[in-house]
Design a protein around this ligand. Structure first.
Ligand code: ADP
Ligand code: ADP
Ligand code: ZN
Length: 220
């Protein structure tokens, strides 16, 4: 593949964030996480953050217009010219159509949609045990991927915390929202012939090896 305009798709907890940093580093493309951007807006108490927070706390989707605006702006940044890795976007058909239209304007199209698949009960265990770095957003897990030192990020020594929306009741709702609103995107991208399905029940290293196989060499 020459251009790497990539989407990471999959239910909450599938391991998108875990895989994203390695893909972004190896293929030298920016990691665009709408969840990270929205959480930063909440923390900074911007207008968008204040508006988005109520949806995020309930495990509902933030309105399409807001996230589409975020991604349109992000695609104006020069670092996305050689490609990008979308993580957590698109999540609805209108978002996917807006992304296609924005790329079409640039004479580009999605090169691959990597779908990471994991069983529902495993997702609940992954999400309820997840811990995130306050500084670099790296995900850890209390059992499956513990940091070397409890409560401290391996990468930047930032403090680890548990997201409010990783409480079990909210997790169940997020999985339901995924099934009804986001899963149909697999068909949408299948029709474009760009889907690669990955077994997310493997270890993080094995998942990454499967992704590398699909993407091929990173180029120069
Ligand atoms: P997503 O971004 O898809 O919501 P994350 O990458 O944040 O998912 O992973 C969710 C949780 O599962 C984290 O606590 C992470 O450490 C853990 N995790 C990620 N990949 C695996 C894996 N292959 N096996 C077991 N646990 C994993
Ligand atoms: P996950 O670990 O479940 O993949 P994210 O960090 O991607 O979670 O998203 C957290 C929350 O941010 C979502 O539950 C939703 O409220 C909001 N969000 C993130 N991306 C989007 C999007 N593309 N569309 C709508 N809401 C979004
Ligand atoms: Zn960190």
């Amino acid at each position: 593949m020459s251009q790497f305009d990539l989407i990471l798709l999959g239910p909450p907890g599938a391991g998108k964030g875990t895989q994203a940093s390695r893909i972004a580093a190896d293929y030298r493309i920016p990691h665009v996480s709408t969840g990270d951007i929205l959480r930063a807006a909440v923390k900074n108490q911007t207008q968008m953050g204040l508006e988005g927070k109520k949806y995020m706390d309930a495990g509902e989707l933030v309105p399409d217009a807001v996230v589409i605006g975020i991604v349109r702006e992000r695609l104006q940044e020069p670092d996305t010219a050689k490609g990008f890795l979308m993580d957590g976007f698109p999540r609805t058909i209108p978002q996917a159509q807006a992304l296609d239209a924005a790329l079409d304007d640039l004479g580009r199209a999605i090169t691959k949609t990597i779908v990471i698949l994991v069983d529902e009960e495993d997702l609940v265990k992954r999400l309820t045990g997840r811990r995130i770095c306050r500084v670099c957003q790296a995900p850890f897990h209390v059992n499956f991927n513990p940091p070397r030192e409890e409560g401290v990020c391996d990468k930047c020594r930032g403090e680890l915390y548990q997201r409010d929306d990783d409480a079990e009741a909210t997790v169940r709702n997020r999985l339901e929202v995924y099934r009804s609103q986001t899963e149909p995107l697999i068909d949408y991208y299948d029709r474009a012939g760009v889907v690669a399905r990955i077994d997310g029940a493997q270890s993080p290293d094995e998942v990454y090896a499967s992704i590398r196989e699909v993407l091929g060499p990173a180029g120069e």
